[in-house]
Design a protein around this ligand. Sequence first.
Ligand code: E4P
Length: 215
Amino acid sequence: MKLFADTAIISEIEEVSTWGIISGVTTNPSLIAKSGISLTDAIQKIVNLIDGPISAEVQEGNATDMVEEAKIYAKMHKNIVIKIPMTLEGVKAVKQLSTFGIKTNVTLVFSTSQALMAATAGATYVSPFMGRIDDLTGRDDAGFELVKAVKDMFKTYGFKTQIIAASIRHNNHVDQAMKAGADIATIPFKVLNDMVKHELTDRGLKIFREASQNK
Ligand code: E4P
């Protein structure tokens, strides 16, 4: 499973770019607003930090407008992936963009039916939202079930569309995404930092440090 950073904050992307294990970045209008810079400014900075798929989300609207906006971002860099919301107009836009060879990431996906429509339209990626469906259902495994069901459906019907597990809130979601067979997990900066930590690792390091000092 590949690891993407789910942020538009440049300092966070600068930091994770030094780790050498982050293969892409996803943004959305909320993350862009949080970054304090425009989407185009963010894209221009991010493409120089991470050499991989960079998702830029168009403004939700009719297919024609979303396709026109998508073309602007796609021209900016070869790694740009256009994020399209899961609506009927979005499905039409994905179909058109796929004929132009522009990669797409269909976002706000919460059901296998939505994932089926997106993949049939030719989406490069679909983004099922784990955290938000857990929030809605009050369960801690609804997100896992969603990602697993989409993965099984894609395997059954031979879709090449890749799954980006999104809306990740904690390390357990990362574990669930792996177990469900997601191709990618897009992970917030805080969770990425949490992933490296474990209580027993800290305990072991303390013992080793003490042993080294007593040589
Ligand atoms: C992917 O980039 C999604 O937009 C993102 O993971 C959504 O996360 P949230 O549900 O915490 O807003």
